[in-house]
Each structure stands twice: as structure tokens, then as C-alpha cells.
Design a protein around this ligand. Structure first.
Ligand code: P6P
Length: 345
């Protein structure tokens, strides 16, 4: 049996891979790992505590907030506040970013963005949920509080990103731009242990992941690509938790889609703390991530913290195929013909 390598040990050993190897990012990643262990403890016994169900409030994006969302949000903020390495936080659960005061005069260089508990509508039915995070170097003056420009950075500026999946086991997957590695929490020792070194996404897979219930609300070019997935006898896997659905695609190959609809003309998922961190990971694993208008996710400019975006993410060959379908069926002539035949979408 190969020697156990803990997350802490791995981060420290690999910090020299990292352009800004000053130990601060190492400390930040370890603090996020601590918050993940605390959240995992509560997620695993949520049914025993009065922390299930809705918190009778909505977040900045208008989503109903679950009690465990708020718990996870609070724990991540507490851990990051005490880390001394983070000068600001942007969370799905908070309308504005949260400046963090320096500790003992230390000028923190990083800001952290996160969705504390993605897919939390699944909590009450015991379906896996996850935390998604991204880390940027601040752009503003180190001697002053963080500013909005520290957060409104393109995904290509991320220095690290990752997710924690609270599923059949608890898995932390992250990248600092030197490949993707996965760590499984061993509850007997309370450590995340290296379990999936150097993750690479298959060039194609047998799965496609989309909310098929919205099929008629997608643009015709996306409907034609989904028809192609059905013609290819791909298997539909969609549980309404982006981090879980994308994790399956990362490990087994396939494509995850959340196209724009009439209800969400820009797409539903949030660019800053859902799409960009997962796009960084999937690209680092050899995959691709683009909007349904074929723009590379990591190149997209951000206008606000909770900006929504359509997304197609997964195996490179399948993204290339999707791109062909969009280019072929997006042409106005075809769309007019379809509208006449099928009626407005
Ligand atoms: P729908 C969860 O609320 C989430 O933000 C993602 O995790 C998930 O992929 C998506 O929304 C599910 O949305 O419209 O299919 O229920």
C-alpha cells in the first residue's frame, strides 16, 4: 500500500511549483481544507440537527437559502478571516464582497470567492452537494482594504481553484495551474489524503448532463446538439448539483450543459464562483469550458459578483462537436425555417 500523502504535506511539497511560492497560498489552501472538514461534519449529520430545510430567506441571486448554506458560509468566512492570508471574500450568499481586516499588520495578498454549498436544494433528500472556491491575487494597493476590482477578474487570473464534494465520500479536488489532484477525507485520522493524483479528463465519454426538462426552452442549436447526444445513445445524468454533475464528467468523461433560457437569458450559473473555478480545473485536466455562445469561460470579463453565464464544460472532443452544432444551426436562415416549422422556442 503506497504511503499516505496528506493534503497539507502535498501542498507544502508542491508550493515550490507555484510562481508566488511564499507560503501564503499554502496557508490559504490549508484553511479551506479545515473549513471543508467542519462543513463535512455538519453535512453528514444534517438530518439529526435542526439545520435542514430552508432558512426562509433568499440570496443575492434570488435563490432560496438553505440553513446548511448559511452554516457553510459562516464556517468558510470564519476560517478565512482567521487565516491572515485573505483580504476579502465574495460568496454566493452575500450580495457584497466582505473586506477582511489584516491580522497583526500582515498585508494579505489574496481574495477568495466561493459558493459555500452548491446544489443545496439536494440536502433534504440526501443527494451530494459541494463547495466551490477560487483564489485570486489582489490587484489593489496592499496597504488598503480590498476593492471590487480584486474580485472582478477573469477566470484566467485565478491562482488556484477547487471544489469539495460531500458525497459517498468527501473529496477535495484542486489546482494551482500545475495539474489537478484529488484528496479523499479519511475520517479516522481527520485528514484529506491524496487519492486521485494528476487527474485527466477522458477525451470523450458516454454521459451528457443537462436539465432535459428545459429542452424546449433552449435555443435551436442547443436542442440539435442534445438531439445528437440522444442519437449517440449517451446516458443522461443530471442531479441538479453542478459540482456533482461536473465531477462525474471530470472523472468519466462527457459534457455538462446549462444553456441560456428565456428565464435565464444569460444562463443560470454564476461566472465568478461556479463557472470559472470549475473551468480552471477542467482545463487543467485537459478539458474545455465555453459559454453556449462559444466564448472561452476563463476569458470572459466580469461585470458584477453574481453575473450569470451559460456554460458547456467537459471532454475536449465533445465540446468541439457541440461547437460544430452551434455554428451549423445558429445561422439565421436555419432558425427562421425552424421557427416556421416548430414555432418560436
Ligand atoms: P436547475 C444549484 O442550485 C445550481 O446552482 C447548480 O448547482 C445546478 O447545476 C443548477 O443550479 C440546477 O439548476 O434549473 O436545473 O434546477
Amino acid at each position: 500500500m503506497s504511503r499516505i500523502v496528506t493534503l497539507d504535506e502535498f501542498i507544502i511539497k508542491r508550493q515550490n511549483d507555484f510562481q508566488y511560492a511564499t507560503g501564503e497560498l499554502t496557508g490559504l489552501l490549508r484553511d479551506i481544507g479545515v473549513a471543508a472538514k467542519i462543513i463535512n461534519r455538519e453535512v453528514n449529520k444534517a438530518g439529526l440537527l435542526n439545520i435542514l430545510g430552508a432558512a426562509k430567506s433568499e440570496n443575492a441571486s434570488g435563490d432560496t437559502v438553505q440553513k446548511l448554506d448559511l452554516y457553510a458560509n459562516d464556517k468558510l468566512i470564519d476560517c478565512l478571516k482567521n487565516s491572515g492570508e485573505c483580504c476579502g471574500i465574495a460568496s454566493e450568499e452575500n450580495e457584497h464582497f466582505i473586506p477582511i481586516k489584516e491580522i497583526e499588520g500582515k498585508k494579505a495578498k489574496y481574495v477568495v470567492v466561493f459558493d459555500p454549498l452548491d446544489g443545496s436544494s439536494n440536502i433534504d433528500v440526501n443527494v451530494s452537494v459541494g463547495t466551490i472556491f477560487g483564489i485570486f491575487r489582489r490587484k489593489s494597493d496592499l496597504s488598503k482594504p480590498c476593492e471590487m476590482k480584486d474580485f472582478l477578474q477573469k477566470g484566467s487570473e485565478l491562482v488556484a481553484s477547487g471544489y469539495v464534494l460531500y458525497g459517498t465520500s468527501t473529496l477535495l479536488v484542486y489546482t494551482t495551474g500545475r495539474g489537478v489532484n484529488g484528496f479523499t477525507l479519511d475520517p479516522t485520522i481527520g485528514e484529506f489524503c491524496l487519492s486521485h493524483p494528476d487527474i485527466k479528463i477522458p477525451n470523450r465519454g458516454n454521459y451528457y448532463s443537462v436539465n432535459q426538462g428545459y429542452y424546449l426552452k433552449f435555443d435551436i442549436e442547443m436542442r440539435r446538439y442534445i438531439d445528437h447526444c440522444c442519437d449517440e445513445n449517451l446516458r443522461l445524468r443530471y442531479i441538479g448539483s453542478m459540482v456533482s454533475d461536473v465531477h462525474r464528467i471530470l472523472f468519466q468523461g462527457g459534457i455538462f450543459l446549462y444553456p441560456n433560457t428565456r428565464k435565464f437569458p444569460q444562463g443560470k450559473l454564476r461566472l465568478l464562483y461556479e463557472c470559472n473555478p470549475l473551468a480552471f480545473i477542467v482545463e487543467q485536466a485537459g478539458g474545455k469550458a465555453m459559454s453556449c455562445q462559444l466564448e472561452r469561460i476563463l476569458d470572459l470579463p466580469l461585470g458584477d459578483l453574481h453575473q450569470r453565464m451559460s456554460i458547456a464544460i467537459g471532454s475536449p472532443d465533445m465540446l468541439d462537436e457541440m461547437k460544430e452544432f452551434v455554428e451549423r444551426y445558429k445561422v439565421p436562415e436555419y432558425k427562421e425555417e425552424v421557427v416556421e416549422k416548430e414555432g418560436a422556442s
